[in-house]
Structures are given as C-alpha cells and as structure tokens.
Design a protein around this ligand. Sequence first.
Ligand code: DC
Length: 215
Amino acid sequence: MIVTIDGPAGTGKSTAARALAERLGFEYLDTGAMYRAVAILCVEDGIDLESDAAAARAQARPITFVDGRTLVGDRDVTDLLRTPEASRAASLAARHPGVRAALVEQQRVIAAGRNIVCEGRDQGTVAFPRAGCKFFLTASPEERARRRQQQLERAGQAVPFEELLRQQRERDERDASRSVAPLRPADDAITLDTTRLTSGDVLDQLEAHVRRRMD
Ligand code: DC
C-alpha cells in the first residue's frame, strides 16, 4: 500500500511520516530530499535552477536512498541537504516542470509494489493519485512559524517571529500558485489540522486511518 502525506512546511509532516512508516513497518520516501539533492548538484555545477539543463540533470542521475543516506549517482549528498542554501535552491528547482516530471517518475519507480509512506507536496495529487490512503496536514500560519523558530533556535539561529511569518507567507503563495503541481489537498485526502495536536496525537490519528484502510 502507498500512503501519501502532503502539506506545507511546519505542519509536522516529516516527523509524522517517518514515525508512521516505522509503526506500520513500511518504507519511507522523503521527496523533498530529492528536490534538495538535484538543486545542490546544479548549484555546484553552475547550472541555472530554472533551466532545461536542471531537468536534464535530474533525469540523468537517479537519486537513491541507502542506509539512511541520500545518493545522486554515487555521490553522497546527505550532509548538504538541510542548509538554508539547499532550501532556497530546492524551492526554485521545484518550479521547473521537467525537474518535477523526472523526480515524479523516479518516485513511482521507488514506490512500485512496496508498502511505503511518501511525503512531499504533490504525492497524493500527482505522483500517486491512486494511493491507498492520502493525508494533507495543515496548521495555522502562526503555529508553523513558531515551530520553525524553535527549530532554528535549536540550530543556534535567532530569527524574529514576524520575519519568519512574512517569509512563510511568501513561500505559501508561491507554492499554491505555481503552474505545475500547486500545493493543494487531493480530493480524496484526509485533512488533519495539527495546530493543537502533539506529534503523538497526529501519529495516532494517521495510524488509525491507515489500519482501517488495510482491514
Ligand atoms: O519538504 P522540503 O522542505 O524538504 O522540500 C524542499 C523543497 O522541495 C520545497 O521548496 C518544496 C519542494 N517539494 C516539492 O515541490 N514537491 C515535493 N514532492 C517535495 C518537495
């Protein structure tokens, strides 16, 4: 069974997806890491992130996940994925239809015939429209910015709340209005507002839904 979890950043999506996969004994696919990996290599090689050359690069070097590491071809990019530069570059690369098509194709190959939780922005709408169970996680803008601020503080960076909220609003508008795979829930997705839920509550609810579908 394929389970999809989509939604904007700061909704607890990644934590929930990993933990859900573990509880169910499913594999886990972090599709954001794929956009980050392609973008990092394009930046390194001086390739314009919004050009067809970026799409060609995404097509030419498949991304694999081995023992918790992310590889592009045989290059291990795991330690480069979570930098602010990678986030910025990934959000640009993710706007290119050719990059998206190449990565969606790879996602389908990875997931074929498996029990897997696929997490991203377009997993229920584009990559796996026939997934067995689809979720869309949301949270209020303030709560998402608060969670992001805490995350940054843990990494030793202090950014004003209002600034984070402003950046987030801009990113949300860009994600929801882009012409390819705009961020939106699939018609048959279960939407869960995580604003007032603990990560444990979220996980319990997701697991209960999936188990009902598996019966
Ligand atoms: O989830 P994340 O922050 O690691 O995602 C990195 C970027 O890639 C972000 O700008 C959203 C984009 N993305 C996407 O467009 N589609 C996906 N399926 C996953 C991520």
